[in-house]
Design a protein around this ligand. Structure first.
Ligand code: ZN
Length: 306
């Protein structure tokens, strides 16, 4: 009886105070922290819960398509797109929905996030191309070649170059390539102090995180120079290489190409630099040729995983 009384009171109050006013419009903020991640069998999306939202709409646009399509309506704050084709870049956006008294309320869309997923066959040979010292004006040409061949590579970037090439850095990530830490100003860290090392690593991590929303997992020491203090303070696996193309020395695309094709075998990590036009030209030939020989071009983290 007590409950009934309360309800009656409420109803009475409502009708006496504002008899003709419609219910308040539900204001929905756009979902925060929207993220896309390539996983083994698709693309994973996640976002933060929006207050008063009842469900979320997920929209997708294939690269080159004109418009977004609604691909899912869900009550969860995550979605796994298992229909994403391998090697194709998709753009995603999400909005929150609430329905009240026959009215539908929609939030603004999240910012657009692009992502691309790949299938790796563990039984087939794989190699990891790595490009150090960039990004630079030569990086996009390498990315074009990777994209055309549905391949990936790892880019060990110098922190103080990131801001100037933000679009390139973002594209590297959206293509499913990996970004590693190569210090802030290409310092030789082999004999550096702990505080210097930590500063070089964390400032580069911060620059990269600002653009792609996550910190690099891997580090490559400049000059391949490693010492005990670096080992103790780097906080990431340090990645060396098994084929040194010496591209910085020869500046000769054909020599770099021969060096790779004459020496490559399953599991190699190939060292190049996206800082020279000759390296870009070499990459344009190496990428399709390695693919033709049956190599899967994967990131260093993927190579390590498999
Ligand atoms: Zn370097």
């Amino acid at each position: 009886t007590e409950q009934t009384t309360e309800e009656n009171t409420e109803a009475t109050e409502e009708s006496t105070e504002a008899p003709e006013v419609k219910p308040d419009a539900i204001k929905l903020t756009k979902p925060a922290s929207f993220k896309t991640t390539a996983i083994k069998d698709g693309i994973k999306l996640s976002w933060k819960k929006v207050s008063k939202a009842q469900q979320y709409e997920v929209y997708r646009k294939k690269k080159g398509a004109d418009s977004y399509k609604l691909i899912e309506t869900t009550k969860k704050c995550a979605y796994k797109d298992e229909t994403a084709k391998y090697g194709v870049t998709y753009a995603y956006k999400v909005r929150a929905i609430a329905v009240s008294e026959g009215e539908t309320y929609k939030s603004k869309y999240t910012e657009v996030k692009k992502c691309c997923t790949y299938r790796i066959d563990p039984s087939k040979p794989m190699v990891a191309l790595t490009f150090d010292d960039g990004p630079s004006i030569y990086t996009p040409g390498i990315l074009d070649a990777l994209e055309e061949n549905q391949c990936r590579a790892t880019f060990f970037e110098v922190g103080n170059r990131v801001e100037q090439y933000e679009d390139t850095v973002l594209r590297i990530d959206e293509m499913g390539c990996e970004i590693g830490n190569h210090s802030y100003d290409h310092a030789n860290l082999g004999n550096a102090s702990a505080s210097k090392i930590r500063k070089e690593i964390s400032s580069t991590d911060a620059k990269i995180k600002k653009v792609i929303g996550k910190k690099p997992v891997l580090m490559r020491p400049p000059y391949g120079s490693i010492g005990t203090t670096l080992r103790q303070n780097v906080g990431k696996p340090m990645i060396m290489w098994s084929i040194d193309t010496l591209d910085w020395k020869s500046r000769n695309a054909d020599k770099v190409y021969q060096n790779v094709m004459n020496n490559v075998s399953d599991g190699d990590i190939i060292l190049m630099h996206d800082l020279y036009s000759s390296s870009r030209e070499a990459a344009k030939c190496i990428i399709p040729e390695l693919k033709k020989k049956g190599y899967q071009l994967v990131t260093v983290s993927e190579l390590a995983e498999y």
